[in-house]
Design a protein around this ligand. Structure first.
Ligand code: ADP
Length: 396
């Protein structure tokens, strides 16, 4: 079955067409600047990449352009639209309503709309993509796969904040967690690689990318994760602060003459390793600057590693042990120095990293020594494939 995987943002759209039998990516691409002017980058497997300016006043035009490129006689990969048998949509927030992926119906779409206020930047864009596909591919079954769903197994002690309970009851203020599709995929894949049953393992997944989060997976279920009500909580990220004392908000607001949303903008977009270093949010730039003697870049890398190590320690405590630690996403998959730096804090867990094995990029690999008490691995994430699999499972 050929499945189109869609990830719609407010002005962008990422897509992959996946053959579910071979799990091969037939084509993938990106629409940018939707609603402004429009740019499409289309990469068909085995053919030349197409990068063009296309008028994209709205998401429907963007989807329409994607579909015409997929079926184009030159750069296309299918003969007709009818070959696409299902569409899987990434949806950021499913609230408490969606603990798993779901086939899209009018009723489901209405329920997703109700989650909009929990993710006002993301969910409305996801819904626009869903509606555009529904119009352009009528009758093709579609599935919503939520970033939050995997974490719905978290117990109350992990998801409730120390706030008045009424805020949870009345306003749904609680920890939801994100990157669920990635944490789910990586924890299962790690077990598979090791030839073990996920139900028997305590795994800590470190998804370290531009946005970063850690997840404690006990017996295949998420029991805690570092992002919370929004993706701002937890680790120090590319541009996000992660955990800070909330009293800082008022203090900074006064000093910088900002309102609450102004301070939150700083915490989301101007903080993290970017804010600390003043250099970049990209770890390759930070590495280079640090090697050149830039102390703030070096501090940013230290702070990042230290925060990850603290979360790993807290999740080992939460699960009363850990069998596997899996690194994934841009930094987790590619940055051997950062992995080694983080693992340097974990000797008390009986972890030893094999430096030679750790010199790996973007490959599935065990990087701990044979006698390490915890197996440390690199497991590249593949959210699109996970979405395609969920979609096939639900529409078959
Ligand atoms: P997201 O999906 O959250 O945008 P990614 O998972 O693609 O992010 O991660 C992107 C980040 O990964 C970059 O900002 C950079 O910091 C880091 N990264 C990518 N490649 C490397 C590399 N070779 N070495 C170190 N860091 C890398």
């Amino acid at each position: 079955m050929k499945v189109l995987v869609m990830n719609c943002g407010s002005s962008s759209l990422k897509y992959q067409l996946i053959d579910s039998e071979s799990e091969a990516v037939l084509a993938k691409g990106l629409c940018e600047r939707i609603g402004i002017d429009g740019r499409l980058t289309h990469k068909p497997a085995g053919k030349e990449t197409v990068a063009i300016e296309v008028d994209m006043p709205n998401h429907k035009e963007a989807v329409s352009s994607v579909l015409s490129h997929l079926t184009d006689p030159v750069c296309g990969v299918i003969g007709a639209l009818s070959e696409i048998e299902a569409v899987g949509h990434r949806v950021v927030h499913g609230g408490e309503k969606f603990a798993r992926s779901v086939v899209l119906t009018e009723e489901v779409t209405t329920e997703i709309e109700k989650c909009n206020e929990l993710a006002p930047l993301h969910n409305p864009a996801n819904l626009i993509g869903i509606n555009a596909c529904a119009e352009l591919m009528p009758g093709v079954p579609m599935v919503a796969v939520f970033d939050t769903a995997f974490h719905q197994t978290m117990p109350k002690k992990a998801y409730l904040y120390g706030l008045p309970y009424e805020y949870y009851e009345n306003y749904k203020v609680r920890r939801y967690g994100f990157h669920g599709t990635s944490h789910s995929y990586v924890s299962k894949r790690a077990a598979q690689i090791l030839g073990k049953d996920a139900a028997s393992l305590k795994t800590i997944v470190c998804h370290l990318g531009n946005g970063s989060s850690i997840c404690a997976v006990d017996g295949g279920e998420s029991v805690d994760t570092s992002m919370g009500f929004t993706p701002l909580e937890g680790l120090v990220m590319g541009t996000r602060s992660g955990d800070v004392d909330p009293a800082v908000l008022e203090y900074i607001a006064g000093k910088e003459n900002l309102d609450v949303s102004g301070v939150l903008n700083v915490l989301n977009k101007k903080s993290g390793v970017q804010g600390i270093s003043g250099v970049s949010s990209d770890f390759r730039d930070l590495d280079a600057a640090s090697k050149d003697g830039n102390e703030r870049a070096a501090a940013a890398l230290d702070i990042f590693a230290y925060r990850v190590a603290k979360y790993v320690g807290s999740y080992a405590a939460a699960m009363n042990g850990v069998d596997v630690i899996a690194f994934t996403a841009g930094i987790g998959e590619n940055d051997a120095n950062m992995r080694e730096k983080i693992c340097g804090y974990l000797g008390y867990l009986g972890i030893t990293v094999d430096s030679e094995a750790n010199a790996v990029r973007g490959q599935e690999k065990v990087i701990s020594t044979a006698d390490s008490k915890v197996t440390v691995m690199v497991v590249p994430t593949n959210e699109e494939l996970a979405i395609a699999r969920e979609t096939v499972a639900l529409v078959k």
